[in-house]
Design a protein around this ligand. Structure first.
Ligand code: GDP
Length: 528
């Protein structure tokens, strides 16, 4: 195999999705511990501390800044190179989270064993489903009393619509936690509390008939385990790699992230079974990771932590080919060639200048306002990756100027901030209003601050009666024209000029949709 193929096959790029407090941060720390990137554990923590200070801008800046360095955590494990893409913890940045999920090849879902499937898990799973992303599941906090494993499986299957295949099975829970049984390896891994910051070499006993097992678990617990496993193997499907890769089945692990228990079993299985870099769709053709020529897309833009540079970092997922420092890339949206000498890489905790990056890797490009979310870079071919959508905002404000003479600056600022994905920006057809849309309310604070700081514009945001937005498509031009005439008071264009219906209420949206069955009301819009 060529070295490009070998390097590509080694990559495992994923993100962790969970409801806040399920243990994503803690699990990330432990994964990094096994990956040998121990210093990172601290920065994950400090990011977490910062995130609790809510709308204070400085704290925000700090949080966002720190997460520039921890946005991508790359580490070697088991002969593979793992890229863990961080998703913003704060619910208010969920649009960012969604876009990170477009740049991964698989996901890991963390569930609190006492709480089960929670609201944000459901939303994130919906996003994973848009691209049938394969998902592994870690059921966390086994050191506390939780719900029974089969009850949790039922919930995952009925609420999330994905079949559960246990890889490990808990032996007890809470104070009675004794360990886990690995169904595939036929091994019992004994639990030892308090090994938080060391790699836990759990005591391993091969097979349920191991002579030491009765002593380790107690005769009663062992008999119970045997009965339970008999029941379980009869009630659940075994792990099926094809079903997992098709997004129809999720392998499930049990453990306790804070006690560093069950994490290594998860990681071992992950590097073995999780998919490597997958093909990606463009407007013209599918791009295979094995292709020799470089291609990639930008899925996230973030303010730079370094106060000496007021620039931002654009994160590009490499989809094919090899990135080498100093190479020239074509930015297909603008048609311009750019030479990239100093892209950032994210090995361990350091931001090094990368020499090479392969499919599945992420590089950070310095951005002085010329790169937008969704931009494709290639070695010359005019490609545009699809599937990096805008999501219909759920919150809306009308921007008003304190100084009416600053209108031009405001429009420019909003256009640029919307290209970066900081907010979405709509101009109603029937008024001169500027309507901002966001998925989380904190986005408005960020926009207000940045308008002032970077564009010298003081804007006030007023409430506006818009409940939700839908992008409008219709192949029949005549019908589209009729639709525009009849609904002009609710129509707007977004920053890219696309037609959008701003629904005053959900009921209004539903009625309008019923009235115009041949018009498409899309909840997402492609950037490309
Ligand atoms: P996140 O919001 O999903 O990133 O969750 P965190 O990793 O910050 O964890 C939320 C809380 O749960 C913290 O107080 C953790 O210490 C705690 N926690 C995480 N894992 C475990 C675990 O295995 N057992 C227990 N008892 N607590 C845990």
């Amino acid at each position: 195999m060529s070295s490009h193929r070998t390097e590509t096959a080694r990559r495992r790029t994923f993100a962790i999705v969970s409801h806040p407090d399920a243990g994503k941060t803690t699990l990330t720390e432990k994964l990094l511990l096994f990956g040998g990137a121990i210093q990172m554990a601290g920065s994950v923590k400090s990011r977490k501390a910062a995130r609790h200070a809510t709308s204070d801008w400085m704290a925000l800046e700090k949080e966002r800044g720190i997460s520039v360095t921890s946005s991508v955590m790359q580490f070697p494990y088991g002969g593979r190179i793992v890229n863990l893409l961080d998703t913003p913890g704060h619910a208010d940045f969920s649009e960012d989270t969604y876009r990170v999920l477009t740049a991964v090849d698989s996901a890991l879902m963390v569930i609190d064993c006492a709480k089960g499937v929670e609201a944000r898990t459901i939303k994130l799973m919906e996003v994973c489903r848009l691209r049938t992303t394969p998902i592994m599941t870690f059921i966390n906090k086994l050191d506390r009393e939780g719900r029974s494993p089969l009850e949790l499986f039922d919930e995952v299957e009925s609420v999330l619509g994905i079949q559960c295949a246990p890889i490990t099975w808990p032996i007890g829970m809470g104070k009675r936690l004794k360990g886990v049984y690995h169904l595939v390896r036929d091994e019992v891994h004994l639990y030892e509390a308090g090994k938080n910051y060391e790699r836990q070499e759990a005591k391993v006993l091969k097979g349920l008939d191991h002579p030491e097992l009765a002593a380790a678990l107690g005769a009663e617990a062992l008999a119970e385990l045997r009965d339970e496993l008999e029941l379980v193997t009869g009630a659940v499907e075994p792990f099926d790699p094809a079903q997992y890769l098709a997004g129809k089945q999720t392998p499930v692990f049990f453990g306790s992230a804070v006690n560093n228990f069950g994490v290594q079993l998860l990681l071992d299985f992950f590097v073995e079974h999780a998919p490597g870099p997958q093909p990606r769709a463009t407007t013209t053709r599918e791009v295979e990771a094995d292709e020799e020529k470089l291609s990639g897309f930008v899925f996230k833009i973030q303010a730079n932590m370094d106060p000496a540079h007021r620039d931002r970092v654009a994160f590009m997922r490499v989809c094919s080919g090899t990135y080498s420092a100093g190479m020239k890339m074509l930015q297909t949206r603008t048609g311009k060639d750019v030479r990239i000498a100093n892209a950032l890489t994210f090995m361990a905790s350091d931001r090094d200048i990368v020499d090479k990056a392969y499919p599945g890797d992420v590089i950070g490009l310095h951005n002085h306002g010329t790169i937008s979310i969704g931009d494709t870079f290639t070695e010359g071919e005019a490609l545009n990756f699809t599937g990096i959508p805008n999501f219909a905002p759920e919150l809306f404000r009308r921007a008003r100027l304190r100084d009416p003479l600053k209108m031009k600056a405001l429009q420019k600022g909003l256009a640029q901030l919307s290209e970066e994905g900081a907010t979405q920006f709509f101009r109603p057809l029937m008024s001169n209003d500027l309507v901002l849309g966001a998925v989380g309310v904190l986005q408005f604070d960020v926009v207000a601050y940045r308008l002032k700081d970077e564009y010298g514009v003081e804007a006030v945001f007023d409430n506006v009666t818009v409940a939700t937005a839908r992008w409008i498509y219709c192949d029949d031009e005549k019908m589209l024209e009729q639709f525009r005439e009849k609904n002009a008071q609710h129509l707007a264009v977004d920053a890219s000029g696309a037609l959008v219906y701003l629904a005053p209420t959900r009921v209004n949206l539903q009625l309008t949709q019923e009235r115009w069955p041949d018009v498409t009301f899309a909840a997402t819009r492609e950037h490309a």
